[in-house]
Design a protein around this ligand. Structure first.
Ligand SMILES: [Zn+2]
Length: 146
């Protein structure tokens, strides 16, 4: 029995097989369930943060560039971008907030890192923030607010 490298609730990206490409668009997915192995490869049921659909993904499809050692928390969307067809280009400025800890907070719509490296004792001054990549409004969890 191989060891699961990913946990339920974790945010991941994966590189789709050719026949899956149309459905994924490189979006952000959240693991909802661990599945039995298939041919010695672990499988996960993941749910798209973008369209809400669930898919089954093999562990070897997960994109390694996701910092799997760093906890990532997907923020709660309070308002979707008003017009998704006119997405702003991601700003080169990077995350809105940068801390000294190890938790990344991601936009609930597009997965853009809104707050990077937030430590357990750090607080943010705002409740709601607008994603600079897609314009969606995200709410920081209560434990992050002062
Ligand atoms: Zn976004």
């Amino acid at each position: 029995m191989a060891t699961q490298k990913f946990a339920v609730g974790q945010a991941v990206r994966f590189s789709p097989d050719r026949h899956q490409e149309h459905a994924t668009k490189g979006g952000l997915f959240k693991i909802v369930r661990l599945l039995p192995e298939a041919g010695n490869v672990l499988q996960y049921r993941v749910k798209s943060e973008t369209d809400g659909y669930e898919r089954v993904v093999r562990e070897d499809q997960f994109v390694r560039s996701v910092k799997i050692d760093m906890p990532t928390i997907v923020l709660k969307l309070t308002r979707a971008p008003s017009d998704t067809s006119v997405q702003q280009a991601p700003q080169s400025a990077g995350p809105l907030l940068r801390g000294t800890g190890d938790t990344d907070y991601l936009c609930g719509n597009c997965g853009f890192v809104i707050a990077s490296g937030i430590g357990p004792k750090q607080r943010v001054a705002v409740d709601i923030t607008t994603c600079s990549a897609c314009g969606a409004e995200n709410e920081f969890p209560p434990e992050l607010r002062s």
